[in-house]
Structure formats: C-alpha cells, structure tokens
Design a protein around this ligand. Structure first.
Ligand SMILES: Cc1cc2nc3c(=O)[nH]c(=O)nc-3n(C[C@H](O)[C@H](O)[C@H](O)COP(=O)(O)OP(=O)(O)OC[C@H]3O[C@@H](n4cnc5c(N)ncnc54)[C@H](O)[C@@H]3O)c2cc1C
Length: 575
C-alpha cells in the first residue's frame, strides 16, 4: 500500500492548482497527483480562448459585480450566487498569480495583459495567450509542482474510490505500463478528473474525457448534481467535432447560413455571434433543420453552417488565432483567410458534476458532506455555471476553486491520522475485475458498442430534447449497457494494454450517460443548455433547484436541493 497525506486524481488545471496550493501552504505535506495521461496532456492543455478576470486593462468600467451578473444571467439563474461572487472577486488575483508563476499572457502595447471579448460577457475581460491559453497555464503549473517536489504518478488509471462509512480513505489504481495494481491510502482524496465529452459521438474533448471521476462517485452511492446540463459548443469543426475556439468570434468572425445571412440577427440581435453558447448552438441547429445548412459542395440543406473570418484579414488571423487557422487547414484543408470554415455544435462541457461547497467539500446528499473527499474543476459542480457556462469561466473556475480546495485540504489534514484500511480485499476485487475483462468471451470488440452508445446519447439527448425522445434513449442505452458483457479484448497481455483502459472507460461512459438522460427526463422545463421541445419555458416555481441523481444497479433516483440566491433576482434572459 502507498501512503500519502493527500492524493489528487487529475493532472489538469484544477488538480495541479490544488496541489500547488497545498505545497505552498505546508511544504512538509506529502502530496501526490495521479493521472491516466501525462499531466501536460490533460484536456486543460487544449483550452484556447482564455480566462476571464476583471483586470480592467481594456475596459476600465468593468467590475467584479458585472462579471458575477453576466455569469448568473448566463447560467439562466441556476448558479449558486455565493460561489459566483467568489469566482468573480478572486479572479484578478489568481490571474496575476499565474503571471507571477511565469505564464506568458498576450500583451497590450503598453505591456499590460491583453483582454478580448467573449460570449455573454458584457466587457472585454478574457485574458489569453494567443489561442493556446490552457497550454501556457498548465505547463507552468506542472513545472512548479516539480519544483515543490509533488509526486506525480503518470499513466496510472484510477479504478475506484475507497469509501467506507462515509469517509474517503484512498483509491485503487492500475499501472498502464505493466498492469500493476496499487492501493493508495491518504488523509484526504481529491477528484479533479475533468469532463465527459466522450459520452457523445461528436465532441471537442480529449479521448481521456470519459467521466471516470463522476462514475466512481456515482458507483460509491454518492449523488451527481445537474447532470442534464451539457454544453454543446456552437463551433465544432465539421465533421471531426474538434473545437474552433469562441475567440474566433471574439475577434470578429461571422456565422452565416446557406443564404450567406448572418442569422444570429434573428436569435440574439444585440449580441449577434457573441451570444452565449446555448443560444448560439440552438440557432445553428435550427438553421440546419430549416434547410439553411450547407453541404460540402456548397449547396443548401447540409449538416453545417459557415464561420467566416475572411473580412478579418491574414495579419489579424495569424497573430490572434493562429492555432484555429492551423486546425482548419490541417484537419479539413480549409484556408480560413480565403474560405469560410464548416462548423456545427459539438459536445463540449459538463456544467453538472460532483456536488461540492465553496471549499471543495463533496456533498453526500441534499444535506451533509463526505469525510476526507474533495473535488474541483470540470468534474465538480460548485455551481458557478448553473445551466450554461460562459466561455473563459471554466479555466477560471479550475484556478479559483483548485486553489481554494487546496487550501481547505491543507487545513483538513493537519493533525489528522492516516485512516485504517485493509488493502487486500480491494486489491483482490480489482484483480478479479481486470481478469474478468481479459477472460471475457464476447462476440464484439469495444469500439462498436461504444460507438452505438455515443450515437444514442447524441441522438436522444442532444441540443433539443423531449420526453418521447429521452424515454427511447433510456431504453436503448439500458440495452447497450446490458450488452457490456458481450465485448472481448483482442489484447490479453499485461504490458501497455490500452484495451483494458478502454473497457473500464466504456463502463464509466455508460454510467454517466444514463445519469445525464435520467436527470434530463426529470427536468420538465427549458433552462440554459437543457432545451425541451415539450416544455419550452423556464419554470422557476417548480425547477429553480439543483437536481441530485443517485445511481444504483436497480435504477437512478432523483432528488433536489435549493439554489443559493444573493444579489441577483431571477429575470427573463434576453440578449
Ligand atoms: C478544446 C477545448 C477548449 C477549451 N477552451 C477553454 C477556454 O478557452 N477557456 C475556458 O475557460 N475553458 C475552456 N475549456 C474548458 C476547460 O479547458 C476545461 O473545463 C478545464 O480545463 C478542465 O480542467 P480539469 O482540471 O477539471 O480537467 P482536465 O484538464 O480534463 O484534466 C483531467 C485529469 O484527470 C485525469 N484523469 C481522469 N480520469 C482519470 C482516472 N480514471 N485515473 C487517473 N487519472 C484520471 C486525466 O488524466 C487528467 O489529468 C475548453 C475545453 C476544451 C475541450
């Protein structure tokens, strides 16, 4: 058994920022980070557009209150306003701190950090490093962890959380290189495992975004909050789904339909292309449905719309958003200086997740907390994004709440002993689970079953939903889940057996997908990213509340908890 004071699962922005904070507060603590990828290959590295903070370098009249209001309005009033106030108030300090760590932000001519407009934000407040912001931040964080001597277990896959009598005691992990299994015991466990984009067939997310942390928590009998709120980013590059950052519209690009019209005029006339993502994704989907999408040969009635940068000119494109230009050029052969990019919505971000308070403590239900278990970042739901996240608020959440959770953990483990834990039964169980997968005599490889599940999620729980559709989705996904036993592995060895990991991930994808569908079916209103054609209005009297979904083999049970309102009264959301 391996012992640490603190074990953090996830080497993305949230996990690394928390580890750094713990090390800064008390260097004597023995902190470890485990990640199934190399930490700098975490999905955070792909974040492009930027991180929001009211530095007021460009718009001097901006304020943290304005940032908080935009965020609450963007969330369709489902965000917990105490958490949003912390996010907006602490933003300038955490960004300056990142700069002091060495993050190379893009500059204004006078040397201060540059800021660009972003969807749903009423001022220019998004700080960026060209269109490689996540890359710039994550590299500095990981460098600093090494400097502080934080131990990193890279390419270890965490299979389960050890939770006994309401207390987290550690975890079980599998070494991808050689199949070794280890139990880790710790005084505090933190989950920072990121999003679940791979639950859907078209996504901007990394292959590793399979919702493992969420599935671990659900299978331990703990709730997941607001899982129905899945963000579909408006501009996934067609057909691959890879993200074309919102920064491209922030810098002035237009969305056009097959008739060449800037159709956002009909959906959000005051914000146009910089309307929030839920609204823009619905607009694109409706244009495509109405036959004003475009085919690859340029004719009308096709599956995508155009993102047009041509009027911006080569120099601006190449200096502000070079990576986006390169993506379209490399992946679909489009030179965006000369021709528009083909785009359509792509599954992008998880607003819901593991319910936590503003110190990252994991909730055990409508009331109460789990001992020694913490979470932050995209897998957590604190909830600052409510029903719809604004662009550039997620990196911010990772840094603000990663830091706060780190500080809470550093305090929590003072004078705390390692828990008593018997490792043998956990090791045995994990060994049997892996062996059972190796021995399984099924009739299909992993890929077709995963593809069928992802297709079902995209078809039955996409941008628009209704009862009949989702009931059908639940039926189909249940059947697919029951077919998990029909897969077999082509590789039965123990050295770098990626199929074992894919099989374990598929199990998690299925748990998370069904949590999303069930939570969505139970929310009989339209709010933010959850858009129902049978309940088209927001229904505050009945649904201004967070849903908590509890998973069990017998079925998924839904309960609700109240939303925290402070200074912003719910109003109609118009742009
Ligand atoms: C293409 C793209 C662009 C984006 N651009 C922006 C942007 O400009 N601004 C913004 O604010 N937000 C952006 N976002 C969202 C933002 O990047 C993410 O929400 C955020 O980076 C998530 O960070 P994280 O630390 O929570 O998780 P991640 O960075 O996803 O890291 C998760 C970590 O958990 C580890 N892990 C997961 N499961 C296991 C397991 N079973 N065992 C061991 N380790 C495990 C992974 O290896 C990884 O290290 C973007 C997202 C995408 C996909």
């Amino acid at each position: 058994m391996l012992d640490h004071d603190v074990i953090i699962v996830g080497g993305g922005l949230a996990g690394c920022r928390a580890a750094l904070e713990i090390a800064r507060i008390d260097r004597s603590l023995n902190v470890a980070v485990v990640a199934k990828t190399h930490p700098i290959r975490s999905h955070s590295v792909a974040a492009q557009g930027g991180i929001a903070a009211t530095l007021k370098n460009v718009d001097s009249e901006d304020s943290w209150e304005a940032h908080a209001f935009d965020t609450v309005k963007g969330s369709d009033y489902l965000a917990d306003q105490d958490a949003v106030e912390i996010l907006a108030q602490e933003a300038p300090d955490v960004v300056i701190d990142l700069e002091h760590l060495g993050v190379l932000f893009s500059r204004l001519p006078d040397g201060r950090i540059a800021q660009r407009p972003f969807g749903g934000h009423s001022y220019r407040r998004t700080c960026y490093a060209a269109d490689k912001t996540g890359h710039a931040i994550l590299h500095e964080l990981v460098n600093n962890l090494r400097r502080y001597g934080v131990q990193i277990y890279q390419e270890w896959y965490v299979m389960r959380l050890i939770l006994e009598e309401g207390e987290a005691k550690g975890l079980v992990m599998y070494h991808m290189l050689d199949g070794r299994l280890k139990v880790v015991r710790a005084k505090a466990v933190m989950l920072a495992t990121g999003g679940y984009g791979r639950v859907f067939n078209t996504t901007s997310n990394d292959f590793a975004s399979t919702g493992d942390g969420l599935a671990m928590v659900a299978q331990a009998g703990l709730p997941l909050q607001d899982m129905e709120f899945v963000q579909f980013h408006p501009t996934g590059l067609y057909p691959v789904g890879v993200l074309i950052s919102e920064a491209v519209r922030g810098e002035g690009a237009y969305l056009r339909n097959s008739e060449g019209d800037r159709f956002m005029e009909n959906y959000a006339p005051s914000k146009m292309e910089l309307a929030p993502r839920d609204i823009t994704s619905r607009a694109i989907t409706l244009e495509i449905r109405a036959g004003r999408g475009i085919h690859t040969d340029g004719s009308a009635g096709g599956p995508f719309v155009h993102l047009d940068l041509r009027h911006m000119g080569r120099e601006k494109i190449m200096s502000r958003i070079p990576f986006c230009w390169e993506e379209a050029h490399r992946l679909v052969g489009v030179d965006a200086v000369e021709e528009p990019m083909p785009v359509r919505p792509t599954a992008h971000y998880s607003m819901g997740g593991i319910p936590v308070d503003t110190d990252g403590r994991v909730r055990s239900g409508v009331e109460g907390f789990v001992e020694a278990l913490f979470s932050a970042g995209e897998c957590a739901c604190v909830s600052v994004h409510g029903a719809n996240r604004l662009g550039s608020n997620s990196l911010l959440e990772c840094v603000v709440y990663g830091k706060r959770t780190g500080a809470a953990i550093a305090q929590y483990v003072q004078n705390r002993k390692l828990p008593s834990l018997e490792e043998a039964p956990y090791l045995q169980e994990a060994k049997e689970q892996v062996q059972a997968l190796l021995d399984q005599q099924g009739e299909q490889r992993i890929n077709p079953l995963r593809q069928a599940f992802q297709d079902a999620m995209s078809q039955y729980c996409g941008v628009f939903r209704d009862q009949e559709l989702m009931e059908k989705g639940l039926e189909i996904t249940q059947e697919l889940q029951q077919n998990y036993g029909t897969i077999y592995l082509g590789d039965r060895g123990s050295l770098w057996n990626t199929e074992i990991i894919e099989a374990l991930e598929l199990k998690n994808i299925m748990v998370v997908g069904r949590m999303i569908l069930t939570s969505a079916l139970n929310r009989k209103e339209s709010r933010g990213a959850h858009s129902r054609e049978d309940y088209t209005q927001r229904d505050d009297p009945n649904f201004l509340k967070h849903s908590l979904a509890f998973y069990s083999a017998a079925g998924i049970d839904i309960q609700y908890r109240p939303v925290t309102l402070t200074q912003f009264e719910p109003q109609e959301r118009k742009y």
